[in-house]
Design a protein around this ligand. Structure first.
Ligand code: PEP
Ligand code: MG
Length: 548
């Protein structure tokens, strides 16, 4: 038995045989062919039709939009124009592999030059070329493996195209050697409730070996004992039972309410969030609606999205964040791409203040949607760093007809100034992902500094406490909407620090709800105190565990 450490995503545990994501193939060389052109062409024909058949079969298993993508890729493999170009190169003396490599690459370049939707297909074409070449070589195609039975996927990291096609009936868990807790893989795992441990470093795994992926304990167990396998199975069953338990509102064991809200990026997620017991929305990330827009969205088009969201949550609280453009979420129409250091540049409220008409349009659309619906709409600004920015945003939002206006606390300066800031804001919502990034000076997207990105760090916890105290001093509510709220024990700590609402990916609601119900407010305060007194993230977590 050996334990490999990483960052667990969520609280799950799963076990199964490892299937390794295969590495990209080495590019073929232009060594002259030793076969006849006809032999090379026959090899291409066989490889192309095997690739198309495999892609179609995968598509059929995946269904939905993944099936469309895979069938389109199968058609690319058999595209007659492309095949002609492959044949031309073979006639000039190239091997089948090299001809496929060069012809597909040239075609991908043409697509890229067209840009837009067709440009994006260039990556799909590159993937098809790799598959055809793998067939020609008689090796496994790169990308997500398909061993024909459920498996634990082990990869360096997953590209968005890989994750979009993951078959959740087959993938028992995901382990990545690279990538931090805010990597694409981690976000997908959280969203879909996939058991995952990310950033295990240089650990090596063997194809087919049985492992336990223990996200709750940030570990992957290799060569597990029978007892460990049985214990993991028991925990997985207990979690499944908790998830199936009747949905109640969020509360501590003594009845203290801690409303549990959902983080959403589109109105499409509303039904699922409600089903999982979201008591409202604590963070609606509006920039996700416009990530690929070249122009600022019109008032009308925005209003439609907001109306759909507010209708879905009639009678409930919905906190909408105005556009948070920049750094990890660039918006073509708002972000200055020339900045050397975008995380410290004109992002969030700074970008909006600079382009005030965009902010005015968004607030107008929100006010109009609010007037037509019955949800309790709150609006907030991202990346607020000063009292001036707070006053600027809240007064503009009020002027444009919004009732409840607040700020996100994501920059240490605004935590330090929370008491003053909350004199001017109706509420504050702490974005722990950025608050930790800026407090620890550790890029949230960078695996190499992932060890510094824990919201358990007492430096972050102390800042959170300052915000909760600033709220209490002004009689204003303070919530948390960063990923910290999705960690069940940390959620208890946050409640103990005085945070009143918790907002998270809907898939985390059941675990957080169950953990809160195990502790009274008095317990939560004691557990929070233990974590606050620690000197690093690991000891804060252990101290909280011991106190709980
Ligand atoms: C945060 O920073 O914690 C947050 C909730 O905002 P985002 O993750 O969208 O930057
Ligand atoms: Mg943020």
């Amino acid at each position: 038995m050996a334990e490999i450490h990483g960052e667990g995503i969520g609280q799950g545990v799963a076990q199964g045989p490892v299937a390794l994501m295969s590495a990209p193939l080495e590019a073929p060389t232009d060594a002259p062919s030793t076969r006849t052109p006809d032999e090379e062409k026959q090899a291409v024909a066989a490889a192309v039709s095997a690739t198309a058949a495999e892609l179609n079969a995968r598509g059929e298993r995946a269904g939905g939009s993944a099936q469309d993508v895979l069938e389109a890729q199968a058609m690319m493999a058999e595209d007659p124009t492309l095949l002609e170009q492959v044949h031309e190169r073979i006639d000039q003396g190239a091997t089948a592999e090299y001809a496929v490599h060069v012809a597909f690459a040239a075609f991908a370049e043409q697509l890229k030059a067209l840009g837009g939707y067709l440009g994006e297909r260039a990556a799909d074409l590159a993937d098809v070329a790799q598959r055809v070449i793998a067939h020609l070589r008689g090796v496994q195609a790169p990308g997500v493996p398909d061993p024909g039975h459920p498996f634990v996927l082990v990869a360096a990291d997953l590209a968005p195209a890989d994750t979009a096609l993951l078959d959740l009936d087959q993938v028992l868990a995901v382990v990545t050697t690279d990538g931090g807790p805010t990597s694409h893989t981690a976000i997908l795992a959280r969203e879909k409730g996939i058991v995952a441990v990310v950033g295990t470093g240089e650990a090596s795994f063997t194809e087919g070996e049985t492992v336990i992926v223990d996200a709750a304990n940030d570990a992957v167990v290799t060569d597990p004992t029978d007892e460990q396998l049985a214990e993991a199975a028991e925990r997985a069953a207990a979690r499944a039972a908790a998830a199936a338990a009747p949905v109640t509102t969020g509360a501590l064991a003594d009845g203290t309410a801690v409303p549990l809200l959902a983080n959403l990026g589109s109105p499409d997620g509303a039904a699922e969030a409600l089903e999982l017991g979201a008591e409202g929305v604590g963070l609606f990330r509006t920039e996700f609606l416009f990530l690929s827009s070249d122009e600022a969205p019109s008032v009308e088009s925005q209003k439609e999205s907001y109306r759909r969201l507010l209708e879905a949550f009639a009678g409930k609280k919905v906190v909408v964040r105005v556009l948070d453009a920049g750094a990890d979420k660039p918006l073509p129409f708002l972000t200055d791409v020339e900045e050397e250091n975008p995380a410290l540049g004109r992002r969030g409220i700074r970008a909006l203040q600079h382009r005030e008409q965009i902010l005015r349009d968004q607030l107008t659309a929100l006010a109009q949607a609010d007037a037509e619906t019955d949800a309790d709409l709150w609006v907030m600004a991202p990346m607020v760093a000063t009292v001036d920015e707070t006053e600027y945003f809240t007064s503009l939002a009020k002027e444009l007809g919004l009732k409840t206006t607040g700020v996100m606390v994501e920059v240490p300066s605004s935590a330090l100034l929370a008491e003053e800031i909350l004199r001017h804001a109706d509420f504050a919502s702490i974005g722990t992902n950025d608050l930790v990034q800026y407090t620890m000076a550790a890029d949230r997207l960078l695996g190499s500094v992932a060890h510094l990105q824990s919201p358990w760090h007492p430096a972050a916890l102390r800042l959170i406490k300052m915000v909760a105290d600033g709220g209490a001093a002004n009689g204003k509510p303070v919530g948390v909407c960063g990923e910290a709220a999705a960690d069940p024990l940390l959620a208890v700590v946050l409640a103990g620090l005085g945070v009143q609402t918790l907002s998270m990916s809907p898939s985390a609601l059941a675990d957080v709800r169950a953990e809160l119900a195990r502790h009274t407010l008095e317990d939560a305060r004691r557990i929070a105190q233990a974590a606050l007194a620690a000197s690093n993230a690991d000891s804060a977590k252990s101290a909280a565990r011991a106190a709980a």
